[in-house]
Design a protein around this ligand. Structure first.
Ligand SMILES: CC(C)(COP(=O)(O)OP(=O)(O)OC[C@H]1O[C@@H](n2cnc3c(N)ncnc32)[C@H](O)[C@@H]1OP(=O)(O)O)[C@@H](O)C(=O)NCCC(=O)NCCS
Length: 162
């Protein structure tokens, strides 16, 4: 039986979608929520392919929209695993919009999503560590560690006191 080749690197994923009127407000600006959903989808699929487990989103860092995306634009979402803990995975998600007629590309947003892998009982489950081999991966890992420290501090501060 012929083996179908894999869909590419399992720690990275690019999704592309043309923005339609239902994705936007009456003036044609794409909703932030539409872009957030695409970003979460790309990050979640990336985390699933890395872990080969069911994952849930536990954190989405604040997201800034630097430029607008419009109806008709091709929105390209690139997700990449940047860090792994025991059961959690961070992905960096970059969103760009391309005007397919002119080729103009606009940087829309970069955000970080953390997912937790779950076992068959819905409990956090260990993930395979990310292999960090290049200088760029090491730089992203170190930055992710800093974000992780800040999130843990925030979690501690937000925890209800008994
Ligand atoms: C995700 C969930 C299972 C974690 O449960 P929990 O009891 O907090 O589990 P733990 O304390 O063992 O944490 C599991 C991992 O999540 C990480 N985590 C939990 N809260 C976090 C936060 N606020 N920031 C960063 N990481 C966090 C922990 O550090 C741990 O990672 P590690 O194993 O790599 O160190 C639970 O919070 C949940 O079900 N949340 C709802 C998820 C959801 O419905 N998402 C939206 C739809 S997908």
């Amino acid at each position: 039986m012929n083996k179908v080749p894999s869909a590419g690197k399992t720690d990275e994923l690019t999704l592309a979608q043309v923005m339609l009127p239902e994705d936007a407000n009456p003036r044609g600006n794409v909703h932030g929520g539409t872009l957030m959903k695409l970003a979460d989808t790309a990050g979640g699929v990336c985390a699933t392919r890395h872990t080969r487990k069911r994952v849930v989103t536990v954190v989405m860092d604040s997201m800034t929209f630097e430029q607008p995306a419009y109806v008709g634009d091709l929105v390209v979402v690139h997700a990449q695993v940047t860090w792994t803990g025991r059961t959690s995975i961070e992905t960096e998600v970059n969103i760009r919009a391309e005007n397919a007629l002119t080729g103009e590309v606009r940087q829309i947003s970069t955000a970080y999503f953390v997912y937790v892998a779950l076992d068959e009982h819905g409990r956090p489950s260990p993930v395979q560590p990310l292999k960090v081999t290049t200088a760029e991966q090491r730089r992203k890992w170190a930055a992710a560690e800093d974000r992780r420290t800040r999130r843990m501090q925030h979690r501690l501060e937000a925890a209800p006191t008994a």
